[in-house]
Design a binder for this molecule. Structure first.
Ligand code: AMP
Length: 199
């Protein structure tokens, strides 16, 4: 097939998909499966397992998530569990370390944690207390941002350890649920490849 054309190469660097559909990342959006009424009635579950099953698609997703960042961070922080998949691949692509933000009681060392509100009840994420050094620039990563409760808890946890958190990367944004806006208000720029209006 030869070398990619200049337009293809430029669009790749800009994180734009030019095949089939000129909308940004339409090729990746087509790989996300929507399952209605999971885990509750009324929820449209955006299932990334179909994206992961597509080797070139997952690889392209990671390349474009990497290209969306304005600068290389010192560390990438992944949120359990689906965030780990994207964060680990992104850390490998960037050549930086990975810090795991885990559900409570999963980490073996001394931890620091943050409680956050869920629709019903509360949850908690933790990280090793010595994982991040003050002043390190950390990029937060998850598969999807919805209300932003999870991501904001991650930002609070990392900042509590002295990290500078100014960028966050997601494969998917549900913009109408307001999470990306919450991050912006907190001084974190959210980067997402695909959005699904509505919920
Ligand atoms: P939130 O804290 O509301 O921003 O929710 C984000 C977290 O919940 C992410 O870790 C997602 O994996 C998951 N999540 C929330 N809503 C959905 C959805 N509609 N489809 C798939 N995952 C979701």
């Amino acid at each position: 097939m030869g070398r990619p054309s200049g337009r293809m190469a430029a669009s790749f660097l800009l994180g734009r998909a030019m095949d089939n559909d000129d909308r940004p990342n339409a090729d990746l959006k087509a790989l996300v499966r929507t399952i209605p009424d999971y885990p509750h009635a009324g929820i449209m579950f955006r299932d990334i397992t179909t994206l992961l099953l597509d080797g070139p698609g997952f690889s392209t997703c990671i390349t474009r998530m990497t290209a969306s960042l304005p600068a290389r961070p010192d560390l990438v922080a992944g949120i359990e569990a689906r965030g780990f998949i994207f964060a680990a691949a992104l850390a490998r692509e960037l050549g930086v370390g990975l810090v795991l933000l885990r559900k409570k009681n999963k980490l073996p060392g001394r931890v620091t944690g943050v409680n956050y509100a869920l629709e019903y009840g509360t949850d908690r994420i933790e990280m090793h207390a010595d994982a991040v050094q003050p002043g390190q620039r950390v990029c937060l990563v998850d598969d999807l941002i919805a209300t932003g409760g999870t991501a904001m808890a991650g930002v609070e946890l990392l900042r509590g350890a002295g990290a500078r958190v100014e960028e966050a990367a997601f494969a998917i944004d549900l913009p109408d649920l307001g999470g990306a806006q919450r991050l912006r208000a907190a001084g974190v720029t959210p980067h997402a490849l695909v959005d699904f209006p509505g919920h």
